[in-house]
Write a new protein. Structure first.
Length: 92
C-alpha cells in the first residue's frame, strides 16, 4: 500500500521570525498514524512568511487532508491554512 503526501501552507496572523513554537503545535495536532515529512518557509510579502508543512499518511485513511487543514487553521496565531499539493507515493 502507498502513502499520500500533502503540502500545506500555513499563514501566520503577523510577521514571525521563528516558526519553532508553531511547529511544536503542529506536531501535537497531527494524527497518530501520520508523520511530518518536513517544513519549509515561503516569502509572501513585506517580511511576511508562510510555513510549509508536509504530512505523510497511509492512503487508506479518508478525510485526513481536509481535517488536518481545519485543525491547522484553528491554531492560535494562524490566520489561514491551505492545502497546496497532494501526491501519492508508492514508498512507505
Amino acid at each position: 500500500m502507498g502513502s499520500v503526501i500533502v503540502t500545506y501552507k500555513v499563514f501566520p496572523e503577523d510577521i514571525v521570525e521563528n516558526f519553532d513554537a508553531l511547529k511544536k503545535q503542529i506536531d501535537n495536532i497531527k494524527p497518530e498514524f501520520a508523520s511530518i515529512e518536513g517544513y519549509g518557509e515561503e516569502e509572501v510579502a513585506f517580511g511576511l512568511k508562510a510555513l510549509l508543512v508536509q504530512l505523510k499518511f497511509p492512503e487508506d485513511k479518508g478525510g485526513v487532508v481536509d481535517e488536518f487543514e481545519e485543525k491547522l487553521a484553528k491554531i492560535s496565531g494562524v490566520s489561514q491554512a491551505q492545502c497546496m499539493f497532494v501526491r501519492r507515493s508508492s514508498r512507505d
